[in-house]
Design a protein around this ligand. Sequence first.
Ligand code: RRO
Length: 295
Amino acid sequence: MIRSPAGPVSIGGVELRNHLVLAAGILGTTGASLARILNSGAGGVVTKSIGPGPLDGHPGPCLVVLDDGVLNAMGLPNPSRDFVQELAPLSGEPVVVSIFGGDPDEFAEVASWFAGSAAGFELNLSCPHAEGFGSALGTDPALVEECTRAVKALGRPTWVKVTPNVTDITEIGAAAERGGADAIVAINTVKAMRISVPMGRPVLGNRFGGLSGKAIFPIAIRCVYELYEASEVPVIGCGGISTAEDVVEMMMAGASAVEIGSAVLEDIGIFAKISRDLYSPDGREPDEIVGCAHG
Ligand code: RRO
Protein backbone atom coordinates (compact mmCIF):
# COMPACT_ATOMS: atom_id res chain seq x y z
CA MET A 1 0.00 0.00 0.00
CA ILE A 2 1.37 3.41 -1.00
CA ARG A 3 1.36 5.87 1.89
CA SER A 4 1.95 9.58 2.08
CA PRO A 5 3.07 12.08 4.74
CA ALA A 6 0.22 13.76 6.63
CA GLY A 7 0.03 17.47 7.06
CA PRO A 8 -1.76 20.63 6.06
CA VAL A 9 -2.27 21.31 2.37
CA SER A 10 -3.48 24.33 0.46
CA ILE A 11 -5.91 23.26 -2.28
CA GLY A 12 -7.66 25.75 -4.52
CA GLY A 13 -6.96 28.56 -2.06
CA VAL A 14 -8.33 26.71 0.99
CA GLU A 15 -6.01 25.71 3.82
CA LEU A 16 -6.94 22.12 4.66
CA ARG A 17 -5.62 20.10 7.62
CA ASN A 18 -5.11 17.12 5.31
CA HIS A 19 -6.29 15.81 1.91
CA LEU A 20 -9.54 14.26 3.15
CA VAL A 21 -12.62 16.49 3.00
CA LEU A 22 -16.26 15.86 3.93
CA ALA A 23 -18.36 16.01 0.74
CA ALA A 24 -21.40 18.27 0.52
CA GLY A 25 -24.72 16.82 1.60
CA ILE A 26 -23.64 14.47 4.39
CA LEU A 27 -23.93 15.73 7.99
CA GLY A 28 -23.50 19.25 6.65
CA THR A 29 -26.58 21.05 7.93
CA THR A 30 -25.50 21.92 11.47
CA GLY A 31 -22.40 23.54 12.89
CA ALA A 32 -22.25 20.74 15.47
CA SER A 33 -22.13 17.92 12.91
CA LEU A 34 -19.52 19.76 10.83
CA ALA A 35 -17.41 20.30 13.97
CA ARG A 36 -17.77 16.62 14.84
CA ILE A 37 -16.44 15.58 11.43
CA LEU A 38 -13.54 18.04 11.70
CA ASN A 39 -12.72 16.68 15.15
CA SER A 40 -12.85 13.14 13.78
CA GLY A 41 -9.89 13.82 11.48
CA ALA A 42 -11.25 15.42 8.30
CA GLY A 43 -8.96 17.96 6.68
CA GLY A 44 -11.91 20.18 5.85
CA VAL A 45 -15.67 20.03 5.46
CA VAL A 46 -18.17 21.13 2.83
CA THR A 47 -21.63 22.13 4.02
CA LYS A 48 -24.98 20.99 2.66
CA SER A 49 -25.81 23.20 -0.33
CA ILE A 50 -27.37 26.51 0.67
CA GLY A 51 -29.66 28.39 -1.71
CA PRO A 52 -31.45 31.72 -2.10
CA GLY A 53 -34.55 30.60 -0.18
CA PRO A 54 -35.41 27.89 2.37
CA LEU A 55 -36.54 24.60 0.85
CA ASP A 56 -38.15 21.54 2.47
CA GLY A 57 -36.94 19.22 -0.29
CA HIS A 58 -38.65 16.63 -2.46
CA PRO A 59 -41.47 14.40 -1.19
CA GLY A 60 -40.26 11.09 0.24
CA PRO A 61 -38.93 8.53 -0.05
CA CYS A 62 -35.82 10.70 -0.52
CA LEU A 63 -33.04 8.19 0.05
CA VAL A 64 -32.60 4.49 -0.53
CA VAL A 65 -29.53 2.44 0.34
CA LEU A 66 -28.62 -0.02 -2.42
CA ASP A 67 -26.14 -2.93 -2.43
CA ASP A 68 -23.29 -0.84 -3.75
CA GLY A 69 -24.41 2.74 -3.36
CA VAL A 70 -26.97 5.27 -2.24
CA LEU A 71 -29.75 6.74 -4.36
CA ASN A 72 -31.09 10.11 -3.21
CA ALA A 73 -33.43 12.83 -4.27
CA MET A 74 -33.33 15.04 -1.20
CA GLY A 75 -34.33 18.08 -3.26
CA LEU A 76 -31.89 20.66 -1.89
CA PRO A 77 -33.46 21.00 1.58
CA ASN A 78 -31.75 23.93 3.30
CA PRO A 79 -32.39 26.80 5.73
CA SER A 80 -30.98 29.43 3.36
CA ARG A 81 -29.67 32.60 5.07
CA ASP A 82 -30.34 31.30 8.61
CA PHE A 83 -27.39 28.98 8.07
CA VAL A 84 -25.06 31.95 8.60
CA GLN A 85 -25.66 31.74 12.39
CA GLU A 86 -25.09 27.99 12.34
CA LEU A 87 -21.60 28.50 10.96
CA ALA A 88 -20.58 31.35 13.26
CA PRO A 89 -18.87 29.10 15.85
CA LEU A 90 -16.74 27.57 13.06
CA SER A 91 -15.19 30.82 11.92
CA GLY A 92 -11.53 30.29 10.98
CA GLU A 93 -12.01 26.53 10.46
CA PRO A 94 -11.65 24.85 7.03
CA VAL A 95 -15.36 25.07 6.23
CA VAL A 96 -16.28 25.38 2.55
CA VAL A 97 -19.84 26.56 1.96
CA SER A 98 -21.66 24.78 -0.85
CA ILE A 99 -24.05 27.14 -2.59
CA PHE A 100 -26.63 26.96 -5.33
CA GLY A 101 -28.80 29.40 -7.20
CA GLY A 102 -30.91 29.69 -10.30
CA ASP A 103 -28.68 32.24 -12.03
CA PRO A 104 -25.35 34.02 -11.51
CA ASP A 105 -26.91 36.80 -9.40
CA GLU A 106 -28.47 34.31 -6.98
CA PHE A 107 -25.14 32.49 -6.65
CA ALA A 108 -23.42 35.78 -5.87
CA GLU A 109 -26.09 36.80 -3.37
CA VAL A 110 -25.95 33.53 -1.43
CA ALA A 111 -22.15 33.59 -1.42
CA SER A 112 -22.11 37.18 -0.13
CA TRP A 113 -23.89 36.08 3.09
CA PHE A 114 -20.91 33.85 3.91
CA ALA A 115 -18.08 35.96 2.49
CA GLY A 116 -16.85 36.82 6.00
CA SER A 117 -17.04 33.34 7.46
CA ALA A 118 -16.40 30.70 4.77
CA ALA A 119 -12.92 29.37 4.02
CA GLY A 120 -14.19 29.13 0.45
CA PHE A 121 -17.17 28.30 -1.71
CA GLU A 122 -18.15 25.21 -3.63
CA LEU A 123 -20.63 25.98 -6.41
CA ASN A 124 -23.23 23.28 -6.80
CA LEU A 125 -23.71 23.26 -10.57
CA SER A 126 -24.34 19.55 -10.56
CA CYS A 127 -27.30 18.28 -8.52
CA PRO A 128 -28.97 15.95 -11.07
CA HIS A 129 -32.60 16.26 -9.92
CA ALA A 130 -33.40 19.90 -9.10
CA GLU A 131 -35.47 21.83 -11.59
CA GLY A 132 -33.85 25.17 -12.34
CA PHE A 133 -30.78 24.48 -10.17
CA GLY A 134 -27.69 22.29 -10.17
CA SER A 135 -27.08 20.46 -13.43
CA ALA A 136 -29.90 22.44 -15.09
CA LEU A 137 -27.25 25.21 -15.16
CA GLY A 138 -24.16 23.05 -14.90
CA THR A 139 -24.58 21.37 -18.27
CA ASP A 140 -24.38 24.76 -20.03
CA PRO A 141 -20.76 25.94 -20.27
CA ALA A 142 -21.75 29.61 -20.63
CA LEU A 143 -23.80 29.52 -17.40
CA VAL A 144 -21.05 27.64 -15.56
CA GLU A 145 -18.59 30.36 -16.56
CA GLU A 146 -20.94 33.19 -15.52
CA CYS A 147 -21.92 31.67 -12.17
CA THR A 148 -18.28 31.00 -11.36
CA ARG A 149 -17.27 34.55 -12.30
CA ALA A 150 -20.09 36.02 -10.19
CA VAL A 151 -18.94 34.20 -7.05
CA LYS A 152 -15.23 34.59 -7.71
CA ALA A 153 -15.78 38.37 -7.79
CA LEU A 154 -16.21 38.21 -3.99
CA GLY A 155 -12.50 37.42 -3.79
CA ARG A 156 -12.82 34.14 -1.90
CA PRO A 157 -11.54 30.68 -2.96
CA THR A 158 -14.08 29.24 -5.40
CA TRP A 159 -14.44 25.55 -6.15
CA VAL A 160 -16.88 24.32 -8.78
CA LYS A 161 -18.51 20.90 -8.39
CA VAL A 162 -19.32 19.44 -11.78
CA THR A 163 -21.79 16.87 -13.03
CA PRO A 164 -20.81 13.59 -14.71
CA ASN A 165 -24.13 13.67 -16.58
CA VAL A 166 -22.64 15.30 -19.69
CA THR A 167 -20.98 14.04 -22.84
CA ASP A 168 -17.70 15.92 -22.29
CA ILE A 169 -16.89 16.88 -18.70
CA THR A 170 -13.76 18.75 -19.79
CA GLU A 171 -15.93 21.37 -21.53
CA ILE A 172 -17.60 22.10 -18.20
CA GLY A 173 -14.28 22.16 -16.37
CA ALA A 174 -12.86 24.57 -18.94
CA ALA A 175 -15.88 26.86 -18.51
CA ALA A 176 -15.38 26.90 -14.73
CA GLU A 177 -11.72 27.72 -15.24
CA ARG A 178 -12.54 30.60 -17.58
CA GLY A 179 -14.85 31.94 -14.88
CA GLY A 180 -11.96 31.91 -12.40
CA ALA A 181 -12.46 28.63 -10.52
CA ASP A 182 -9.65 27.81 -8.09
CA ALA A 183 -10.44 24.09 -8.17
CA ILE A 184 -12.81 21.67 -9.87
CA VAL A 185 -14.61 19.09 -7.75
CA ALA A 186 -15.56 15.94 -9.65
CA ILE A 187 -18.12 14.46 -9.38
CA ASN A 188 -21.64 15.01 -8.04
CA THR A 189 -24.07 12.08 -8.17
CA VAL A 190 -24.95 10.19 -11.34
CA LYS A 191 -28.58 10.57 -12.46
CA ALA A 192 -30.34 7.29 -11.73
CA MET A 193 -33.55 5.59 -10.66
CA ARG A 194 -34.98 2.32 -9.32
CA ILE A 195 -38.46 0.88 -9.64
CA SER A 196 -40.13 -0.96 -6.76
CA VAL A 197 -41.25 -4.23 -8.36
CA PRO A 198 -43.96 -5.00 -5.75
CA MET A 199 -45.38 -1.48 -6.11
CA GLY A 200 -44.78 -1.09 -9.83
CA ARG A 201 -43.67 2.49 -9.11
CA PRO A 202 -40.42 4.44 -8.89
CA VAL A 203 -38.83 4.02 -5.46
CA LEU A 204 -38.04 7.72 -4.99
CA GLY A 205 -40.79 10.27 -4.43
CA ASN A 206 -39.12 12.41 -7.08
CA ARG A 207 -38.82 9.37 -9.43
CA PHE A 208 -35.27 10.35 -10.49
CA GLY A 209 -32.33 10.85 -8.17
CA GLY A 210 -28.56 10.79 -7.88
CA LEU A 211 -26.44 7.68 -7.31
CA SER A 212 -23.40 7.90 -5.02
CA GLY A 213 -21.16 5.40 -3.25
CA LYS A 214 -18.92 2.58 -4.45
CA ALA A 215 -20.96 2.00 -7.63
CA ILE A 216 -19.83 5.34 -9.09
CA PHE A 217 -16.14 5.16 -8.14
CA PRO A 218 -14.99 4.09 -11.65
CA ILE A 219 -17.00 6.94 -13.19
CA ALA A 220 -15.43 9.44 -10.78
CA ILE A 221 -11.94 8.11 -11.56
CA ARG A 222 -12.57 8.52 -15.31
CA CYS A 223 -13.87 12.08 -14.85
CA VAL A 224 -10.94 13.11 -12.65
CA TYR A 225 -8.51 11.58 -15.13
CA GLU A 226 -10.05 13.52 -18.04
CA LEU A 227 -10.22 16.79 -16.09
CA TYR A 228 -6.62 16.47 -14.88
CA GLU A 229 -5.41 16.31 -18.49
CA ALA A 230 -7.53 19.30 -19.52
CA SER A 231 -7.23 21.65 -16.52
CA GLU A 232 -4.69 24.04 -15.06
CA VAL A 233 -6.37 24.20 -11.65
CA PRO A 234 -6.39 21.39 -9.07
CA VAL A 235 -9.01 18.66 -9.36
CA ILE A 236 -10.66 17.39 -6.18
CA GLY A 237 -11.91 13.82 -6.53
CA CYS A 238 -15.31 12.81 -5.17
CA GLY A 239 -17.46 9.73 -5.71
CA GLY A 240 -17.41 6.37 -3.99
CA ILE A 241 -14.21 6.72 -1.96
CA SER A 242 -14.20 4.52 1.13
CA THR A 243 -10.61 3.32 1.67
CA ALA A 244 -7.06 4.70 1.73
CA GLU A 245 -6.37 2.74 -1.46
CA ASP A 246 -9.32 4.50 -3.14
CA VAL A 247 -7.73 7.82 -2.12
CA VAL A 248 -4.40 6.82 -3.66
CA GLU A 249 -6.12 5.66 -6.87
CA MET A 250 -7.98 8.96 -7.06
CA MET A 251 -4.70 10.85 -6.56
CA MET A 252 -3.05 8.78 -9.29
CA ALA A 253 -5.92 9.77 -11.62
CA GLY A 254 -5.10 13.41 -10.84
CA ALA A 255 -6.87 14.44 -7.64
CA SER A 256 -4.99 16.85 -5.36
CA ALA A 257 -7.47 16.14 -2.56
CA VAL A 258 -10.60 14.03 -2.16
CA GLU A 259 -14.09 14.41 -0.79
CA ILE A 260 -15.82 11.57 1.04
CA GLY A 261 -19.59 11.39 1.40
CA SER A 262 -21.56 8.15 1.25
CA ALA A 263 -18.89 6.22 3.18
CA VAL A 264 -19.53 8.49 6.18
CA LEU A 265 -23.08 7.10 6.37
CA GLU A 266 -21.62 3.66 7.04
CA ASP A 267 -18.77 4.73 9.30
CA ILE A 268 -18.67 8.05 11.12
CA GLY A 269 -15.01 7.28 11.95
CA ILE A 270 -14.01 6.96 8.28
CA PHE A 271 -11.67 9.98 8.32
CA ALA A 272 -9.63 8.64 11.24
CA LYS A 273 -9.58 5.18 9.67
CA ILE A 274 -8.40 6.36 6.25
CA SER A 275 -5.85 8.70 7.88
CA ARG A 276 -4.38 5.78 9.84
CA ASP A 277 -4.05 3.70 6.68
CA LEU A 278 -2.90 6.51 4.36
CA TYR A 279 -0.56 8.73 6.30
CA SER A 280 2.99 7.86 7.24
CA PRO A 281 5.95 10.24 7.81
CA ASP A 282 8.18 8.22 5.46
CA GLY A 283 5.52 7.87 2.73
CA ARG A 284 5.68 9.20 -0.82
CA GLU A 285 5.16 12.94 -1.31
CA PRO A 286 1.66 13.66 -2.70
CA ASP A 287 3.24 15.48 -5.67
CA GLU A 288 4.79 12.19 -6.78
CA ILE A 289 1.42 10.43 -6.61
CA VAL A 290 -0.98 13.03 -8.05
CA GLY A 291 -1.47 12.33 -11.76
CA CYS A 292 1.18 9.60 -11.91
CA ALA A 293 -1.19 7.38 -13.93
CA HIS A 294 -0.88 9.75 -16.89
CA GLY A 295 1.57 8.81 -19.59
O1 RRO B 1 -30.21 17.75 -2.13
C1 RRO B 1 -30.09 16.90 -3.03
O2 RRO B 1 -31.05 16.21 -3.42
C2 RRO B 1 -28.82 16.67 -3.71
C3 RRO B 1 -27.91 17.66 -4.03
BR1 RRO B 1 -28.14 19.43 -3.50
C4 RRO B 1 -26.77 17.34 -4.80
O3 RRO B 1 -25.93 18.18 -5.15
N1 RRO B 1 -26.61 16.06 -5.20
C5 RRO B 1 -27.50 15.09 -4.86
O4 RRO B 1 -27.30 13.93 -5.24
N2 RRO B 1 -28.57 15.41 -4.09
